[in-house]
Design a binder for this molecule. Structure first.
Ligand SMILES: Cc1cc2nc3c(=O)[nH]c(=O)nc-3n(C[C@H](O)[C@H](O)[C@H](O)COP(=O)(O)OP(=O)(O)OC[C@H]3O[C@@H](n4cnc5c(N)ncnc54)[C@H](O)[C@@H]3O)c2cc1C
Ligand SMILES: NC(=O)c1ccc[n+]([C@@H]2O[C@H](COP(=O)([O-])OP(=O)(O)OC[C@H]3O[C@@H](n4cnc5c(N)ncnc54)[C@H](OP(=O)(O)O)[C@@H]3O)[C@@H](O)[C@H]2O)c1
Length: 433
């Protein structure tokens, strides 16, 4: 008998889950991958930086999974809006939630809501052309980026590069225009702990040192590390690079990037919009970050908060407010309900991490779910509600339109269409969501 599984979310976790289900040998399987957006691939499309083309090419691998017999992509279908958990449990033998971590974590300091204080999630969504992204102009000279993880590095690199350097990428044309008009001169990237505690990886850090349009600078006192003996090679590499930058003479490049450490934000300053950020110098006490009572203010017209992502609860699905994940045991949530990816383990880890994570969830699922012969079909249920999903063929038409746009604009392989309407127009689906 055929096992029928619904996967909610078409990011890496969802697609690796579909792959693991189709590759198992226990019996025939049919997998529907439901996605709220008209497009698949989650953060591979709307997170991975446009200039990281080799990482983005993982989409070629993911597409083969969506093209596997027995797997269907159903875009423009949102759990919680178009259908509910009970609907899925009625139509499928099992459901796997893979909805990732869509929103920003907050700093919880005064001034965080001032205009000009921006969540990295929104900024990333904007330069990646996410249909829900706000619009930005970069009519600002000085930007403070809070956080020293890989997302902060992405954001800083996009701010520091010239529009010409990004022309061959799939970055939306409107974004490219805004970047060409950017007034950004100075960028501060701020870590609340030391160089040896930064979360960015060495490869990504080194890329900052290769920026053509920006001088990079660190301060010797801030990147000094007392004891290097117990550090991993990765961390040691980060420290070496950061220390080397403290002695690198500036080249008079148009932009300047300062990477700062041992400073925690205590207030975002400004009256009607952001004017600066107040920081307190820190030290570690029993492994915890504590303030020293010494303060510094950095003038800034924009503060970008890049302090991590956060999952949102799905209606009707258990959620822990403490861990911001769906509680599970090896992927099992409740009878016939499973979870994988960032929603399962929190917003850390690279794309590949989701493959072993999804494999674990699928092992758990296969060990306990028994297919049932007669179930209503989701297609009938969606039709009754007037929801027409975006099919995989429709998505291919969106991709083709993005390739055509790139040729028209004389840019790289593809240029992203922005906004649901433009995407739906690409396949004559103006009536869909
Ligand atoms: C800015 C950024 C850059 C990154 N760059 C890299 C990189 O260069 N290299 C690397 O290896 N890793 C990178 N990562 C990490 C990588 O993207 C993640 O490990 C991975 O995307 C997590 O996969 P996921 O499927 O759990 O979540 P996601 O990729 O977020 O996928 C979740 C999907 O669920 C959909 N969804 C959400 N809610 C619903 C709903 N209610 N109904 C239906 N669908 C829904 C979303 O639209 C989305 O498509 C980056 C992460 C970020 C945030
Ligand atoms: N190229 C790539 O491979 C790539 C690109 C982008 C993202 N990713 C992955 O995606 C995941 C998410 O990345 P991320 O950068 O969003 O998260 P992250 O790696 O967890 O980094 C978050 C940063 O924010 C800081 N922070 C948290 N709370 C803070 C606060 N209240 N005040 C000041 N600083 C605070 C953290 O400092 P503390 O350490 O002190 O908490 C850390 O420096 C990571 O696993 C990352 O590797 C990978």
């Amino acid at each position: 008998m055929t096992l029928r599984v619904a996967i909610v979310g078409s990011g890496p976790a969802g697609i690796y889950t579909a792959e693991a289900l189709t590759k198992q040998s226990a019996g025939p399987v049919e997998v529907d991958v439901l996605e709220r957006l008209p497009t698949p691939y989650g953060l591979v499309r709307y997170g991975v930086a446009p200039d990281h083309t080799s990482i983005k090419s993982i989409a070629h691998y993911l597409r083969r999974v969506l093209e596997t017999p027995g797997v269907r992509f159903l875009g423009g279908v949102e759990l919680g809006a178009d259908l509910h958990v009970e609907d899925l449990l009625a139509c499928y033998d099992a459901v796997v939630y893979c909805t990732g971590a869509m929103v920003d974590r907050q700093l919880g300091i005064p001034g965080e809501d001032l205009p000009g204080s921006v969540a990295a999630t929104d900024f990333v969504n904007w330069y990646c052309g996410h249909p829900d992204a706000p619009d930005f102009t970069l009519d600002v000279a000085e930007v403070a980026v809070v956080g020293v993880g890989n997302v902060a590095v992405d954001v800083v690199r996009i701010l520091a590069k010239t529009a010409d350097e990004l022309r061959a990428t799939d970055i939306p044309e409107q974004v490219l225009t805004a970047l060409a008009e950017s007034r950004v001169k100075r960028i501060h990237m701020i870590g609340r702990r030391g160089a040896a505690h930064a979360k960015f990886t060495l490869k990504e850090l080194r890329e900052l040192g290769e920026l053509l349009n920006a001088d990079i600078l660190t301060f010797p006192d801030e990147v000094a590390v007392e004891d290097l003996t117990d550090l991993s090679r990765q961390v040691r590499g980060n420290v070496d690079v950061l220390q080397a930058w403290s002695t690198r003479p500036p080249q008079d490049r148009p932009r300047r990037l300062e990477v700062r450490f041992w400073l925690r934000p205590v207030e975002i300053l400004g009256v009607s919009r952001v004017e600066g950020i107040r920081l307190e110098r820190t030290r570690l006490e029993d492994g915890r970050v504590v303030g020293t009572g010494e303060f510094e203010t950095i003038p800034a017209d924009m503060v970008l908060r890049s302090v991590g992502y956060r999952s949102v609860p799905l209606p009707g699905v258990p959620f822990s407010e403490r861990s911001m994940t769906v509680p599970n045991e090896a992927g099992r949530v409740r009878d016939r309900e499973y979870v994988a990816g960032w929603l399962k383990r929190g917003p850390t880890g690279v794309i590949g991490t989701n493959k072993s994570d999804a494999a674990e969830t699928v092992r758990t699922l296969l060990a306990e779910v028994v297919p049932e012969p007669a179930r209503p079909t989701l297609d009938d249920l969606l039709a009754a509600r007037g929801v027409t999903p975006v099919t995989y063929q429709d998505w291919l038409a969106i991709e083709a339109a993005e390739e055509k746009l790139a040729r028209t604009l004389d840019r790289g392989e593809k240029v992203k269409l922005v906004g649901r309407a433009a995407m739906l127009d690409a396949f004559g689906g103006a009536d869909r969501r």
